[in-house]
Design a protein around this ligand. Structure first.
Ligand code: RP5
Length: 163
């Protein structure tokens, strides 16, 4: 069976510069991923076919980014029982419209929504890594090591401030 991977879908190429923050985090942990530009509204059939195909090929977590009437994460969740992480994009209304569209899902079709924009793009990848780490102790250890390194960096900055 192929190595578990993460699939990232985004509604437009205008989302790509933000979602590259997800790519960077996944690469830093050596997590394989695929990224596609496909829309819940403009290319619904392509979106559905890709999600089904990715799931059949071993995708374990989906990340879906969209702005405005951000239905992409919900459409992905409607198509798979794998975990779906939604990243609201700031395409209008400071991204609040996308945040609400992403997070307000009917019971039984959940989306784990993260923050708007780049912070959310990063945390979507960390959350995907944490989900994969449930069955991968070496990945869990990498996550713990990064947290320890981040804590040490904060400690050193605090120490410098006190000097
Ligand atoms: C959404 O509409 C996309 O995800 C994007 O965030 C927003 C604007 O798309 P473009 O008009 O820039 O293609 O579907």
């Amino acid at each position: 069976m192929s190595k578990p991977f993460v699939a990232i879908v985004m509604g437009s190429d205008s989302d790509l510069p933000v979602m590259e923050a997800s790519f960077a985090v996944l690469r830093s942990f050596g997590i394989p991923f695929e990224a596609r530009i496909t829309s819940a509204h403009r290319t619904p059939e392509v979106t559905k076919a890709f999600i089904k195909d990715a799931e059949a090929r071993g995708c374990q977590v989906f990340i879906a980014a969209a702005g405005m009437a951000a239905h992409l994460a919900g459409a992905v969740s409607a198509t798979t029982v794998k975990p779906v992480i939604g990243v609201p994009m700031n395409a209008s209304m400071d991204g609040l419209d996308a945040l609400l569209s992403t997070v307000q899902m009917p019971a039984g079709i959940p989306v784990a929504s993260v923050a708007i924009g780049k912070a959310g793009a990063k945390n979507a990848a960390y959350l995907a890594a944490q989900i994969l780490s449930v069955g991968d102790e070496s990945l869990a250890e990498k996550l713990r090591e990064e947290r320890a390194a981040n804590a040490e960096a904060i400690r050193q900055k605090d120490e410098a401030l006190q000097a």
